[in-house]
Design a protein around this ligand. Structure first.
Ligand SMILES: Cc1cc2nc3c(=O)[nH]c(=O)nc-3n(C[C@H](O)[C@H](O)[C@H](O)COP(=O)(O)O)c2cc1C
Length: 226
């Protein structure tokens, strides 16, 4: 797949087909994504890939807790959003939430239905494979950013195999369970999960795309010859 198409066709997929993803492909993606740049070539990412019985085990740990523990879960291990959230970010987050729930006909007031959809995070939206990206607790902002670059490289390489992804910081809300499930060393913590699989093209939740700010709202260009 052309790189431009890979970037354009990546989106956060929230309904997957049950078709398994071969381990060979996941290994290939995870290995190639390590070509992502990192400050000082620290390569600060740690990746845990799960599928099959292992993935089902993790889902089974969470399933009985959904009705009572959402949205807080175990509390986050790190703060994901700025608090308070200034504009224009607040509006962008609000809009994407509205579009997501509109796509499945869930009105804003229907909190129970919203939580039910949110709980799908902890089923990896039906994906047959998942990744967890962990970071070393001693690392700082530059390494967080590098792991973000790695995550995006995974998402783009996945497109090359006709796969889709959804990054999932939702898993940070169950960091204790994930830590013990993955047997995470004390020096590491989960940065994000990621669902990985083949998209369900018929699912309404996959039928919308998040908007983006106009180019001139976030970039400036100076000194170029036309
Ligand atoms: C690090 C990271 C974590 C995310 N966590 C979640 C998540 O837990 N659940 C979810 O449904 N979407 C999650 N998203 C997806 C974002 O909502 C999505 O990227 C954004 O709205 C832009 O939409 P797009 O990815 O479809 O282009 C996450 C994205 C990133 C980059």
């Amino acid at each position: 797949m052309d790189i431009v198409d890979a970037v354009a066709s990546r989106y956060s997929c929230r309904a997957f087909l049950p078709k398994p993803v071969p381990e060979k492909i996941v290994r290939d993606i995870v290995e190639r994504a390590a070509r992502a740049p990192s400050a000082g070539n620290l390569q600060p990412w740690r990746v845990y890939a799960i599928a099959g019985k292992r993935l089902e085990e993790l889902k089974a740990l969470l399933a009985p807790r959904m009705a009572t523990e959402l949205p807080k879960g175990e509390g986050v291990e790190y703060q994901i959003y700025p608090n308070p959230m200034p504009e224009p970010y607040r509006e962008r987050a609000f809009t994407v939430g509205e579009l997501l729930y509109q796509s499945i006909n869930v009105p804003r007031e229907d909190k129970a239905a919203r939580y039910r959809q949110y709980a799908r995070n902890y089923e990896f939206f039906g994906a047959p494979a998942a990744l967890f990206f962990a970071r070393d607790k001693s690392h700082g902002a530059a390494q967080w950013a590098d792991i973000g670059g790695y995550l995006q490289t995974v998402a783009l390489l996945a497109r090359g195999h006709d796969l889709h992804t959804c990054p999932q910081q939702a898993w940070v809300s169950f960091h204790r369970t994930v830590r013990s499930f993955l047997d995470l060393p004390d020096n590491l913590m989960i940065y994000s999960g990621m669902a990985l699989g083949y998209e369900d093209p018929a699912a309404p939740i996959n039928g919308w795309r998040s908007p983006r700010a106009a180019l001139d709202d976030f970039a400036s260009f100076d000194g170029f010859e036309s």
